[in-house]
Design a protein around this ligand. Structure first.
Ligand SMILES: NC(=O)C1=CN([C@@H]2O[C@H](COP(=O)(O)OP(=O)(O)OC[C@H]3O[C@@H](n4cnc5c(N)ncnc54)[C@H](O)[C@@H]3O)[C@@H](O)[C@H]2O)C=CC1
Ligand SMILES: O=C(O)[C@@H]1CCC=N1
Length: 276
């Protein structure tokens, strides 16, 4: 991977943009063409390795991507993707980060001969901490993905954080619910802690500062420590102390677990619906 690949990025919004920054910083892509109606993001303007195209018919002449990264919203994938059929060839792998969209849907959108063995597709689910190189991505490939294409996709995803590969594509729906959407749950917890702190008498600004610092610090502690989360929790919890009083509420039968079960189930269902 020392030379970097030729990459076509379709959709350069929040996730595509974050990943592009990571690839360029890591040198995983040596040439990137970006198709994005809003134009190139500020962070890559002037970078000689990056150029813009208005669509599949506007790619630089002779540009043959090793990988086409699909980072548009799932809702527009069906209209956007057929335009990229001419790029299907044995040496090119299509790497999707779209929620819900299945490998089967990409196979049919990318051509009538979609079952052809040369149509290499990797479906993946990253998350927004990718913007600071701390993403968590889960990926699954179809049978056509060669070992070198898998290595390439792994390097691209690893440039923005950790990567796990699975064999069973059905896992991508609960994966999306846990790690894809998960950062939003954590940010909501910060908001909820700050509001509760305010209700308990703290000035709003101080309550938010405490909530942010606590979640960020606890996250970093967990990141740096191999200690299981339950043990980190127990280390905060003095017998019959303040934490115990709060955890008696949060760990009650109607506490956080049933709420989280319902939230993850709802997101999983939505991911399954987006496939249709
Ligand atoms: N935001 C998140 O936390 C995560 C998002 N994803 C997936 O990433 C994909 C992108 O999501 P975001 O970056 O959040 O959305 P976004 O709206 O920020 O980015 C999508 C981009 O696609 C562009 N676009 C629209 N039509 C296009 C076309 N015809 N050709 C090229 N680009 C086009 C839009 O202008 C926009 O910049 C989605 O499929 C989503 O499911 C995956 C994991 C996490
Ligand atoms: O909310 C969504 O649909 C996307 C996928 C995971 C995170 N954001």
């Amino acid at each position: 991977m020392s030379e970097g690949c030729a990459l076509l990025l379709v959709g350069c919004g929040k996730m595509g943009g974050a990943m592009l920054d990571g690839w360029l910083a890591a040198g995983t892509a040596s040439r990137v063409v970006v198709v994005e109606p809003s134009g190139l993001p500020e962070s890559v303007r002037g970078n000689p390795a990056v150029s813009a195209a208005t669509g599949p018919a506007d790619l630089p002449s002779g540009f043959v991507p090793d990988v086409v990264v699909l980072a548009v919203k799932p809702q527009v994938m069906d209209t956007v993707l057929p335009g990229y059929r001419p790029l299907v060839r044995p040496g090119t792998v299509f790497l999707s980060i779209a929620a819900g969209k299945t490998i089967g849907s990409f196979e049919s959108l990318l051509g009538a001969d979609a079952a052809a063995p040369e149509l290499s597709i990797v479906r993946s689910m990253p998350n927004t901490p990718a913007a600071i190189g701390r993403g968590m991505t889960v990926a699954v490939g179809n049978a056509a993905v060669t070992p070198s294409q898998r290595t390439l996709c792994d390097a691209l995803l690893r440039a923005v954080g950790d990567v796990a590969w699975v064999e069973d594509e059905l896992l991508l729906d609960p994966v999306t619910a846990v790690s894809g959407s998960g950062p939003a749950y954590v940010f909501l917890m910060v908001e909820a802690m700050a509001k509760a702190g305010e209700a308990a008498g703290l000035p709003a600004e101080l309550a938010m500062r405490l909530a942010r610092a606590t979640v960020a610090g606890a996250g970093e502690l967990m990141h740096q420590s191999p200690t299981p989360a339950a043990d980190l929790r127990k280390a905060v919890t003095s017998p019959n102390g303040t934490t115990q009083a709060a955890l008696d509420v949060l760990m009650a039968g109607d506490g956080l677990q049933p709420l989280m079960d319902r939230a993850i189930a709802a997101a999983t269902r939505r991911s399954q619906e987006l496939a249709r």
